[in-house]
Every structure is written in C-alpha cells, then in structure tokens.
Design a binder for this molecule. Sequence first.
Ligand code: GDD
Ligand code: MG
Length: 375
Amino acid sequence: MRAQSATVAGVESPPATEAILLVGGKGTRLRPLTVHTPKPMIPAAGVPFLTHQLARAKAAGIEHVVLATSYLAEVFEPHFGDGSELGLHLEYVTETDPLGTGGALRNVVHRLHSAPGEPVLVFNGDILTGLDIRELVGTHRRTGADVSLHLTRVEDPRAFGLVPTDADGRVTAFLEKPQTPEEIVTDQINAGAYVFTRSVLDTIPAGRPVSVERETFPGLLAAGAHLQGMVDSTYWLDLGTPQAFVRGSADLVLGRAPSPAVPGRHGEHLALPGADIAPDAKLSGGSCVSAGAAIGGGARIDGSTVLAGAVVEPGAVVRNSLVGAGARVGARTVLDGAVVGDGAEVGADNELLHGVRVWCGARIPAGSVRFSSDQ
Ligand code: GDD
Ligand code: MG
C-alpha cells in the first residue's frame, strides 16, 4: 500500500521512506535487564520494545530501516529477520567497537537509497512516544532545515540534551547532559528523533567514534547549519531506567502510549497466550504477563511486567516492578519498584522496595529482606 502524504500548511508533503535506528547502546542503567538482552529487545507490553518503534515508523510511511547495532548485536536479526512480517525492509549493520551515536549513523549511510537532498528519519532505540513522525518530516521540508529535531519539555532536563530555540523554532545551541546550573537554559530537551537531510549524514567523519549530541550537532551549529526544533507535548518517555521501562510497558497496555503493535486489546492488564494465571489473582495498572509465566492464587500484580517463564507464587504482591524471564517470586513476598533479573529466585516472605535490583540468577532466601514500616 502506498503511504499517504501529510499535509503541512496546505502543501502535500511526501513522508520519509528510510530510517536509521540506533540500537547499539549497552543499556547500563537498565542492568540487570540488559545483561542477556539489549535494551530494545526487552519485552514491553509483551513484544520486544523495538517492535513498537518499527510499527510506528511503518505506519508513518517508512519502508526501509537500517538498525545500527553493537552490544549483543546477534539477537536482532533472528527475531526480526528481513522485516517482512512488519511490512518493512530491515537491514542490520554491526559495529565491532561501539562508534557512538554519530559514528553509528555514519557507519550505515552506505545502506541508504535516499538521494542527497532527501529526508532520513533517525531514532534512538529506547524512546516511547506519540510523536507525529509525518509532522516532523513536514516541518523539515517546510523549513528547509539540515536537521530537524523532536523536542519535548521535562521538569528536570539534566539527564538529557538541552536544545534552546529562537522564536522561529530554530535551534540556537545543543548542550548534552549539562553539568552546571548556568547551562540549564531551557526545559526543552532532545527527544531522540531526528530528520536529517541525507547529505548531512555523509559529512559525519567515518571510522572513529562520534557523538551526534556532543560533536555533530554543536559542530553543525558552529558552521551555521540550520537545525530546526519541533516541540510537542505528546506522550514521551525514555525507557533507559527500570522504573521508566516498567512505566512504559504499563502505558502501552493501558493505551496511554500509542503503538499499533500491542498484541491484544488495551485494558488493565495483558496476559499473553500461554500465561497461567490463577482465577483469584488480581492483575491491574497495565500489568503484562508473558507466555509461560505463572501467577499463583491471590497474588496481586499492579503496573508490572512478568516475563516469560517467571513464577509469582501465591499471595505475592508485585507493584511497579519487573520480574525477569524464568525468575521466581516466593509466596507472600512484596516487590515495589523492584527488578528481579532473569532466573533469579526471591524466596517467600521478603520485601523488596524502592528500586532494589536482584541480579540475574541470584538467590534470596525466604524471609531475609524486610523494610521496617517507618522507612
Ligand atoms: N549503534 C550504536 N552505537 N548505538 C548507540 C551507541 C553506539 O555506540 N551508543 C548509544 N547508542 C544508542 C542507544 O542504544 C540508544 O538507542 C541511543 O543510541 C541513545 O543512547 P542512550 O544511551 O539511551 O542515550 P541517553 O538516553 O543518555 O541520551 C540520548 O537520548 C536523550 C533522550 O532520551 C541523547 O540523545 C540525549 O540528547 C537525549 O535527550
Ligand atoms: Mg536513552
């Protein structure tokens, strides 16, 4: 089916047809979830997170996607293949040594078919957003920018790239992860989706690590290039931490975060075929239980993700937490804001709260961790 065109200021604007997805990061802040699985392949609402991004790109008219992989690169292709199941043409390019965000882009440009003046979409691989991709491409064409950036506003911008703009939305500076209060000049941040005019990608130096945020964008600005910002207030979340990942998955299940790839109807919970859930277990808050996982009698699962083959025993309470593949949560144990790594076992009658992370394969004996009620 031919992709429809977006109308920008009354002018028909053809969509971009090619995208690069940056999926090579180590996902350090998400450990232990990323010990065996690269961040974009961790299931969110029952499917690898990347599926949601690919499905949204497809819906916006993208036909060809190049995945720039590095960390645990070998797991992407066996899952997504040539992309035909998603109606896309997918290609994979692996960096033996990570090249950084800019180096990764330069390293894959030879796979693009776009002409020098055509727009190419670029995504960070950990962003869940309702961004109107066609609108970003339309803005790019209308303003004649070299690069257009999706910007969003956040309360605390320190963990992001700060992107002040002038009255016309033109980017005036790019300040990655500001270190001093003086650098916090705006609450507008780089939301991790860009449209590059293809020829601009060709100017990134080849064969060495380059940060698009620390080198390419500041360098382009210094050289007088036109970087255009598009601020919008649609759903946006960087799934770089366990709490954000769990939140994002729940929002997909609840239908608060848009994706054509959620494998089921939106609702209070999603139980995938092959999940074994006791009739009196209570699942709420966008919880998702993967195939082969078992939830025991009287257990309560709220706003949480239980991955394939995990077992939550009777009477356990799992709130805003993630239980990794093949992990076990003992009877009456309470998890709140916790992560249990793949294959770990938390014995009965424990209480793991406030961002506790249990490493993959670890064993916590029954009744050994408790928080007192005044903490
Ligand atoms: N191929 C490849 N090679 N990909 C990489 C590499 C690399 O060496 N390093 C990072 N990536 C990918 C990650 O997998 C991720 O999808 C994306 O690049 C961004 O890396 P993160 O590690 O998630 O960066 P961040 O969240 O700290 O900051 C970035 O995203 C913010 C928005 O969420 C920056 O772009 C910030 O400016 C931005 O505000
Ligand atoms: Mg990130």
